[in-house]
Write a protein that binds this ligand. Structure first.
Ligand code: NDP
Length: 338
């Protein structure tokens, strides 16, 4: 079987491509430049012709994926903007929604053998403020707060809320498309909603500025002395290992019961001090880790629950120690050229 992966040059997407190739799939990736495509072709050269790429320069362009979906059996849609400095909310929201809808429309009209489209959403689409502490977020939640904030405040809305709005609006558009087209389409969709993703990097990163956002957060927090104590001890969010994210995307494709479902993909909440402590406990010891402080227990205000994925897929998550150690090793290997 052949799977299409949109935005194949991204941090998560390269791992999805690798996992699919390792499972025996043929993979076609969409990229925005030939240099990124050539990098991937070289990375996966041991798989020969089982990996190929096509150029899709603008995912917002109607019909963007019409050629890319021809002859494929499954689609993974990961391409979506993450820019932390977007001024106009639409810089994030438009490509997120239109990219998603264009992928679904191309499948509808040109991808007759596609049975399922797996979409990379985010827990950002869930995190509606709640009164209880901790707030537990599941597949039943929808972040309408971010949409309202961005509608009311426009360019002055909080940066993070612009991104959250883009993810919730894009996911909602996908479910609405399926509902409105159900008598005319032969495929279903599944959405995977990861929290902060850490882990080894496979994508091309020529300069630090090119490093994807979640890896950059990890890099900045674990350099030198690390973060000041108060920040290191504050709850930061929830994390998940990149290899688990890729694996869950493949489960979403091959497991029949995953059709029409959302899945939160998140291991546990963390603060950076948890990561320093985990790194300091690695054997044999790793050099130059920010210091340990085993005394404080952080109360986490928000927990993203993956109980559904655990129950449906029998899913187990990688430990924080392994994720943190492998992320650090990968970043240290890469930083030599930055
Ligand atoms: P990356 O920045 O590494 O990947 C983003 C991908 O989307 C790249 O392939 C990028 O292409 C493409 N892309 C970005 N903006 C556009 C645009 N305007 N038009 C076309 N393509 C675009 O980040 P991740 O791998 O982390 O993100 C992949 C997906 O995972 C996104 O949907 C993101 O929302 C989601 N996600 C990520 C989390 C994380 O912690 N990393 C957590 C939860 C969800 P190019 O390489 O050419 O720039």
């Amino acid at each position: 079987a052949t799977a299409l992966v949109t935005g194949a040059s991204g941090f998560i997407a390269v791992w999805i491509v690798k996992t699919l190739l390792d499972e025996g799939f043929n993979v076609r990736g969409t990229v925005r430049s030939t240099s990124k495509g050539d990098y991937l072709a070289n990375l996966f050269k041991e798989h020969g012709a089982k990996f190929s790429y096509v150029l899709v320069e603008d995912i917002s362009h109607e019909g963007a994926f019409d050629e890319a979906v021809k002859g494929v059996d499954a689609v993974f849609h990961t391409a979506s903007p993450l820019s932390g400095d977007a001024y106009e909310p639409d810089e994030l929201i438009k490509p997120a929604i239109e990219g998603t809808l264009n992928a679904l429309k191309s499948v509808k009209h040109h991808g007759p053998s596609v049975k399922r489209v797996v979409i990379t959403g985010s827990v950002a689409a869930l995190m509606e403020p709640k009164d209880q502490i901790p707030a537990i977020y599941t597949e039943a939640d929808w972040n309408t707060f971010a949409i309202k904030e961005v509608q009311e405040k426009g360019v002055h809305a909080d940066q993070e809320l612009k991104y959250r709005a883009s993810k919730v609006l894009a996911e909602r558009a996908a479910w609405e498309f399926v509902e409105q087209n159900k008598s005319q389409i032969e495929f279903d969709i599944t959405t995977i909603l990861p929290s902060f993703v850490f882990g080894p990097i496979l994508q091309e990163v020529l300069t630090l500025a090119q490093l994807n956002l979640s890896s950059k957060l990890f890099y900045n927090a674990t350099r030198g002395e690390g973060l000041p104590k108060a920040r290191a001890l504050s709850p930061f969010g929830n994390y998940v290992d990149i290899r688990d994210v890729a694996k869950m995307h493949v489960h979403a494709l091959v497991d029949e019961v995953a059709g029409g479902e959302r899945f939160v993909c998140s291991a546990a909440p963390f603060c950076w001090q948890d990561i320093y402590n985990a790194l300091n406990a690695v054997e044999p010891p790793i050099s130059n880790i920010p210091k340990s402080d085993f005394t404080t227990k952080t109360v986490h205000p928000a927990i993203n629950s993956s109980d559904k994925a655990r129950a449906v897929f029998g899913f187990e998550f990688t430990s924080l120690q392994k994720t943190a150690a492998d992320t650090l090793a990968s970043l240290r290997e890469r930083e030599v050229v930055w």
